[in-house]
Design a protein around this ligand. Sequence first.
Ligand SMILES: Nc1ncnc2c1ncn2[C@@H]1O[C@H](COP(=O)(O)OP(=O)(O)OP(=O)(O)O)[C@@H](O)[C@H]1O
Length: 251
Amino acid sequence: MSRHDAILVEDLTVAYDRHPAVHHVSCRLAPGSMTAVVGPNGAGKSTLIKAIVGLLKPAEGRVSTGGLRRADIAYLPQQAEIDRSFPITVADTVALGHWCRAGILGRLTGAMRRGIAEALSAVGLEGFERRPIGSLSVGQFQRVLFARLLLQDASVILLDEPFNAIDARTTADLLDLVARWHGEKRTVVAVLHDMEQVRHHFPDTLLLARELIACGPTPECLTAEHLLTARRMSEGWNEDAAVCEPVRRRA
Ligand SMILES: Nc1ncnc2c1ncn2[C@@H]1O[C@H](COP(=O)(O)OP(=O)(O)OP(=O)(O)O)[C@@H](O)[C@H]1O
């Protein structure tokens, strides 16, 4: 695991067809922090995560990932964005965690295979190596993706709605893994909808409604007042008319 400086988001605007989904957001995610990203539907949470990973380019502002290489940043997209019809085994899916580091031309060594077996055991899927991923339940597949994250050994781990449609038992097991990563001083950022989960497990929160409402210790961010502000801003947002001024000046 590589050490890194804080992740800095500075005056970030990310737009789709020039309509901003994230609007002039600035925040700092300290190394080793564990932050929940929350906000109403369509608030820009996934967009912010994708911009931090580098999958979306800023229309304005910038993201600095503390001197890390792309391989040091692990990203788990929403399950809905992952094609499970691809005929690939559990072992090969988990092995992708190695390829992120070794490159796809590397060979699976005996040590790597042991690593895969250990990671599967850690997520409660011992002996699942040969199963095709298409045959797994939603919860089992999420466990596989967490095993892959374990192998990737990244300094920064970004999770987009990791517990959406996941059963309570699996959620509890995977939350334990997230807490373990936090204990290992990795930087964890997770998009979440369950406020109780956030209050219980995430020391820091970033509340978004396209613009930043609050960022910092969870008890200070998740106040009734901030949540109301986020809801009102989200309801008041005009999808069609909101071409970002700085973007328009540039065009
Ligand atoms: N690929 C895309 N093309 C055009 N617009 C998009 C695209 N992806 C997202 N958007 C729009 O950007 C806005 C923010 O979407 P985003 O998915 O980032 O929000 P979110 O907070 O993650 O939402 P949810 O909680 O519903 O998952 C929404 O209005 C959405 O419709």
